[in-house]
Design a protein around this ligand. Structure first.
Ligand code: RTP
Ligand code: MG
Length: 139
């Protein structure tokens, strides 16, 4: 067994479209466990830390504006190989080409905006998961 924890965010589009329950249902149906949950209105400082790797990229500012547009639901999720497993449930970044059956493939929308509204974030490595869980579940 390789039990891990990962940070999942239901982004503002997912919360606004009432998809939080559907996303959590898929996570639990896969066999992963919900360890903690918080609804958060992130500020720029939190988002700057969370998205530090993307600073300077063309989509960075629109991404931050999108993430400031409404509340986010943060999930601490545990399970065997859950970091890779959740990213598989989420599908690829671009919702237009994400496979049907994935969260982004089934529900994500590309309105031609600078940032796709792709509903969820999932940590991409054990190091990212540890760092991001510390940011979103601080204190
Ligand atoms: P995430 O971090 O949200 O789980 O998504 P990801 O790994 O699939 O994508 P990443 O490359 O880390 O990008 C973070 C988020 O930035 C937005 N993005 N827009 N317009 C673009 O080309 C573009 N590229 C990335 C998406 O919201 C993506 O989830
Ligand atoms: Mg990423």
């Amino acid at each position: 067994m390789d039990v891990e924890e990962t940070l999942v965010l239901v982004k503002p589009d997912g919360v606004a479209r009432n998809l939080t329950g559907e996303i959590l249902r898929r996570i639990e149906a896969k066999g992963y466990s919900l360890v903690d949950i918080r609804m958060i209105e992130p500020d720029r400082a939190l988002l700057a830390q969370h998205y530090a790797e993307h600073e300077g990229k063309p989509f960075y500012e629109p991404l931050v504006e999108f993430m400031l547009s409404g509340p986010v639901v943060a999930l601490r999720v545990a399970g065997n190989r859950v970091i890779e497993g959740f990213r598989s449930l989420a599908g690829t970044t671009d919702p237009t080409t994400a496979a049907p059956g994935t969260i982004r493939g089934d529900f994500g929308r590309d309105w031609g905006l600078a940032v796709q509204q792709n509903l969820v974030h999932g940590s991409d490595s054990p190091e990212s998961a540890s760092r991001e869980l510390g940011l979103w579940f601080a204190s």
